[in-house]
Design a protein around this ligand. Structure first.
Ligand code: 6GU
Length: 242
């Protein structure tokens, strides 16, 4: 998968993209990342990319021209069509289903804005998928783009050492089979006792059926207690009967 990232703060990306699973995926040739500075596409001599909002108000608005020229120039660097993604708190709230769909695309192009946002007309012209990573406000789309890159790249074949874990974690396809969504169960490792706290006995029993049943019950209990919104989803096994 090719991933292009357009930003006014290119220095935010390399350390994250070189680390952990996303870094290993790049080393393995599973993903390649290309970071581009939108300011390089400014046409005025001060490399100005933002301006005051028509109608007044606080903050600055990202101008159409540098964003549009950056997208078209970057897209021309590779023949594969890009799925365009704009990061904005006004976007579709990101969920694992969308992450799974993004992982099927051959090329993703992220456009991160800062200031008060984009001129609406460049969004109309580019018609990107608009995504939000949650109901809180970030200073810019960069961290949101990195969150999405991480969530997508770990799903690419070969990106995780052990292919089972992507299918078993919270919100994965496996945990949502039949439309069910459950949180993950608690995990333990050595020592068997720590500060007086014991590992649940069943996990030491070697009884694989009993362990699976315990984990399933813990997941249901946690979901009910911590995320009643998931538990009450119509497709949830925790939802009350109709
Ligand atoms: Cl995608 N961008 C910004 N600026 N803030 C956010 C966000 C995105 N998602 C949640 N908050």
């Amino acid at each position: 998968m090719r991933i292009d990232l357009l930003t006014l703060f290119p220095e935010m990306f390399p350390p994250v993209l070189a680390s952990s699973i996303v870094g290993r995926a790049a080393d393995a040739g599973i993903a390649d990342y290309h970071v581009h500075d939108i300011r390089q596409y400014a046409q005025n001599k001060h490399a100005k990319v933002d301006d005051r909002p028509f109608g007044g108000g606080p903050g600055m608005v990202l101008m159409c021209q540098p964003v549009y020229d950056a997208v078209l120039s970057v897209e021309a660097l590779d023949a594969r069509p890009a799925t365009r993604i704009v990061l904005t708190p006004q976007g579709e709230p990101l969920r694992q289903k969308r992450v799974e769909w993004l992982a099927t695309q051959e090329r993703l192009l992220f456009i991160a804005g800062h200031y008060e946002g984009f001129d609406e007309r460049v969004l109309e012209e580019l018609n990107p998928l608009e995504l939000s990573i949650g109901d809180y406000v970030l200073s810019g789309g960069e961290l949101a783009a990195l969150v999405i890159v991480d969530a997508v790249v770990r799903l690419l074949p070969g990106a995780l050492g052990h292919e089972q874990s992507a299918a078993e974690d919270s919100f994965s396809t496996a945990t949502t089979k039949g439309g069910q969504t459950l949180l993950d169960c608690p995990h333990y490792t050595r020592p068997r006792e720590w500060r007086g706290r014991e590992v649940p006995e069943v996990l030491l029993s070697g009884d694989h059926a009993a362990i699976a049943a315990w984990r399933d019950e813990e997941r249901r209990k946690r979901t009910r207690e911590r995320r009643p919104d998931l538990a009450s989803h119509p497709a949830s096994p925790l939802a009350p009967p109709d």
